[in-house]
Ligand binder design. Sequence first.
Ligand code: GLP
Length: 241
Amino acid sequence: MDVVIVSDAAAVAEHAAERIADVVRTRPGAVLGVATGSSPLGSYAALAERVRSGSLDLGGVSAFALDEYVGLDPGHSESYRSVIRRTVTKPLGLDPERVHVPDGVAADLEAACADYERSIVEAGGIDLQLLGIGANGHIGFNEPSSSFASRTRVKTLAPRTRADNARFFASADEVPIHCVTQGLGTILDARELLLVAQGEEKAEAVAAMIEGPLAAMCPASALQLHRRATVVIDRAAASGL
Ligand code: GLP
């Protein structure tokens, strides 16, 4: 695992955006794995800046999101379908037809999860997966105790994750209880992983991911198994190392 420690959140965003831009310049039809949450927002903004200035064209890129809430109307402003459209598809100029988000309202969720796995394979697999990390060490919505071999499936959100995400909803009760998430095995299939984290509230999870044992209780420690994983963090997120 490569660990890159930079001064602040802006430097994390620049570093991550440059790596993603490199991948797309080498392969204009690249398949990107995209994450929600606040951690990658700076990276998306830095990429959007490159698109605006004309130094990068993401028009041929396909994207797959990591996860989605179950039972939340896709039109709800906090559904990950809406969040990805607002923070990734539009500002980065991606073709909406090539941006995929798991279906959290399918009548048959299990079949929808299998379809999602299949569509990633049909797209040729993910070239680079961008990740954030939850304060409890989750990646995507793979909560502590997730299997390292897991595939896209329905999971129950941990109470801490629901509490962390309550800020996006009118009340804590509105946060969905279940989600669909790519599994750790799905994430590990990406050819390259790039995890970004900023701030002291992530320091404990970052230390467990990098220095702790490989453990299902810290899903992000799965990155230790990947041949090409880079963690880009600011000094505050690195303070537990
Ligand atoms: C969310 C997402 C994750 C994200 C994490 C951290 O619930 N499902 O993909 O990495 O929690 O969020 P944030 O970056 O806002 O701290």
